[in-house]
Each structure stands twice: as structure tokens, then as C-alpha cells.
Design a protein around this ligand. Sequence first.
Ligand code: NAX
Ligand code: K
Length: 496
Amino acid sequence: MLKLLNAEQTKLADQYTIENEPIPSLELMERASYTFVKTFSERFLDKKKTITIFCGKRNNGGDGLAIARLLHQDRYEFVDVVIVDFSDKSTPEFDANLIALQQTDVSIFYLKNPEELEGKQTDVIIDAIFGIGLSRELDQSYQQLIEKLNLLSGKKISVDIPSGMPSEGRLYGNVIFKADWVITFQRPKLNFLLPLSAPYIKEWKVVNIGLNEHFIENTASPYYWIWKKDISDHIKVRKSFDHKGTYGHNLIIAGDIDTMGAALLTAESSMKSGSGLTTACIPQSGITALNARLPEVMYLSRENLDNTDLDKYSSICIGPGLGKTEEAKAIIIHLISTYKKPIVFDADALNILAEDENLLSQIPLHSILTPHIKEFDRLFGEHHNCWDRIETAFRQAQKLQSYIVLKNRYTMIFTPTGLCYFNSSGSPAMAIGGMGDVLTGMISSFIAQDYPIENAIIIAVFLHGYIGEQLGQKMYVVPPTKLIKQIPYVIKDLKS
Ligand SMILES: NC(=O)C1=CN([C@@H]2O[C@H](COP(=O)(O)OP(=O)(O)OC[C@H]3O[C@@H](n4cnc5c(N)ncnc54)[C@H](O)[C@@H]3O)[C@@H](O)[C@H]2O)[C@@H](O)CC1
Ligand SMILES: [K+]
């Protein structure tokens, strides 16, 4: 698990590295710029393309000047630099890099006024105007410049972050450089992971510039980044004398006459994720489909639910395709009053909880709510931006002492202890009905198998996205049934 930092903490990490590696600030900038150029040159092989680098006068601009010199050294033939000269203040690192660049034959143009940009054409635009130091809305002249740059054709690449975007927190305005690609230093910036960045970033890549990892990992940040290694470390090895009882019993309460498929998807995903036994509590009309499609899964009739000892189930999930009927609500009330272990609530179960604050406040300790953005807002009120939603999610996860899995491109997992894990895996090919049902089955399956709740969620969320991402490389859209098929293979693969 990697810590994610805000701009302030990143600056402290820069500073710590400078003092303790030790490495002069200018050399750290050289390292960052070298790493940028190395990554850039792996993709932009044609050295005859025209490349214009727009540099602010602080350290992001300093990077830009160093990048110009290094590209030139790397035999890119047509590199020029535009210094955005709207203010007098420059940093010593900028000044030193300017002197170094003046020793080369890269041409340097001072832009005093956005109007002077008229008629500019170039194959590649590198944006090094503002980095993570941005602290307020762009002044008028910068806004005009960025609006003009956004209209230019040519590939647009940002150094560290698109100029005009803050590293975290609400956007100051909507004039932000629109980057095809961002090459960012050491960690993704928090705003990259939220839908607010979608109009401004097509793709981003993190490059390591050797900031002190020990310092970063000891920084008090609630944000973590889940990646592949975390998962393989956590998956349990199956041992010689294990039997089905070792892997728990998952009860799935889902489905209605016209949404039985949701129940089947959840049940199959539970079974394929490894729970020893899976029982589906579905309406009677679904028995034939269940028996025909999933002979491994057992059936519990809705009528018998009240008389069943729920404690025999090591995990319960409820919601996919359930409907918002009185019967569904009665089941939830029954569950909450009789089952004291965590329950996974999804889909219609969330919508039912959203309509009854009292019921929501009684869910068992460490339960899991898996809303998408709309369901989240139904539960906790309308939100108009991601950062307000994040604030609510932190607060509610602690108040309810539950986990909130806010589903998105980078799904966020909020914990009762005040942490937020961002999931790194996923693909737009997964945007299709039924995907959420699969995730619910996976989470409850891992809980049934006695993984600590937090690990169960993290493994399920990552694996779900990871398989979707792999299939998404070959498929325009990933049908949930295809994803489910891969689960046992991929778990095996990750463990070996
Ligand atoms: N040694 C270092 O400090 C390193 C810095 N690096 C680069 O430095 C960047 C951060 O540099 P800086 O902190 O100098 O900041 P920036 O280059 O991001 O510029 C921000 C500065 O501009 C001013 N400013 C802020 N908001 C403004 C606005 N709306 N309109 C006009 N002016 C505004 C402020 O003085 C602020 O400090 C990183 O993103 C990265 O690219 C990297 O080279 C790694 C090493
Ligand atoms: K930038």
C-alpha cells in the first residue's frame, strides 16, 4: 500500500530528500527532468517533431527549462522554449536552469502577453507553467494563455500536473490545461483519482524521482493507493487438509422476478471467489434458473428466512436486484435485528436504508456499504462536488463504524478508523449493468473465508478492477459473466 500525499506533504518530502539524501535542490530537479525526458522519449520516438515547452518562472518552469536542455541533448532537433513572463518572481532553480539553457542553441522566447501567442503551431506542447505550487485561481493573463493553448492542435503533455489544477481539493475554476498525458513525479496527485479531473487529463503516468520513501510512508496521510503487490501478499494459500468448512458459508439475499440475473451474478461471483458454500435466498421463481446455471449454489426460500439460524452464515450480503418492496424492507429489518456480524449492503438494500435514517444507524458494526455516486447521494444527501462527498464519506464511515466503498473509476474505500484507500485497477470497459453485483459477491465471499474485513474489501475491489482491466484490453465492453469466469484463475495466478 502506498501513501498518497497532498501538495504540502509532497513539498516536505522534497525538502526531506534534499536535506537527508542529501542532494541539492537543483540536482533533484535535474533528476525529475531526466526521468520525464526518459519517459517522454520512450513514446515520442520521432526526433524531428517540433516541441514547444511553456515554462512558468517557478520550479515547474525550472523543470521545463531542464527538460528543454535534456531533450536537445537527446537529439530532438526542434525544441524551443516560451517563458511565460507575466510576473517578475523566479526561483533560484529556474534561474540556474535558464543560464544552462542559454549555453545551448535552443531558442527562448519571452511571452509578455497571451496575445503574442497568435499563429503558434507545434507538434508537441509541454506544459511547465504551474506545478503543485498553485494556490489560488489563475490570474486573468494565465487564464487567457491556457485557453489559447487548449485550442492548439498538437499533443499536450503536462509536467507533474496540468497547469491550473490544484493537487487536491476543489478546482479554483475551469480554465485548466487539457493534457493528453501527464508525467507526474513520485505519486499520482489526489485530484487525478477523482472524476473532476476527467475533462483535463486523458492519461497519466507516475515516474519515480527518488524522494525519500521512508519519509513518505511515515507521513500522516489518510490516503492510500492499492496496487497489485498488496493483493498477492494478502491472498491466503490453501492448505492440504482444508475442506469446504474452512472457507465459510456466504448467504446472498438478492433478486426479484424481473431481476433474478443480479442474484445469479452475485452468487456465482461468491462461489468463484472461493467461499466454501454459497446459498442464494431468492424468490421461488428463480429456482429453475439457479439450479440450471449454478448447481454448486444452494437455495433458501424467502419464506424460510425468518426461521433460519442466520449465525451459521459466516457472511451475508443483500441488495442486488432485490427491489424496494415492503418484503425487502422487512428482510433488512429482520437481518439487522438478528445478525450481529458485518453485512454487505448493495443496490436496493442501500436505497431502502436511504429512506430510513433510523434503520441505517442500526446496521451491524463494520458493515459494508457499496454505493455508486448516485446511491451515495441518496444515502447521505445531494453533493455537488467530489471533495464534499469525500468529507461526508470520512464522517459517515466513522459515525456508522462501517466501511463505505464508493464505486468509481478509482473506487474509494473509507474505513471506520478514518482511512481512505484508492483502488488503482479498473477500466471503462467495466461500465455495464451487473458489475456491481459481481463486486458484492466477491466482497462477501472473502469475508465468508474469514479474511479481516478491510483485507476482504481491498482484495475484492482490486481483483474486480484488475480482471476487468485485463479483459478490457481485448474487449470493448466486459460482460460481468466473463469477469466472473476469470476470478479463480487470476487469484491462483496472483498467488503464484
Ligand atoms: N526541488 C524541488 O522543489 C522540486 C520541484 N519540482 C517541481 O516544482 C513544482 C513545484 O514548484 P513551485 O512550488 O515552485 O511552484 P509552481 O512552479 O507550481 O508555481 C507555483 C507558484 O506560483 C505562485 N502562484 C500560485 N498560484 C498562482 C496563481 N494562481 N497565479 C499566479 N501565480 C501563482 C506561487 O508563488 C507558487 O509558489 C513541482 O510541481 C515540480 O514540477 C520537481 O522538480 C522536483 C524537485
Ligand atoms: K504543469
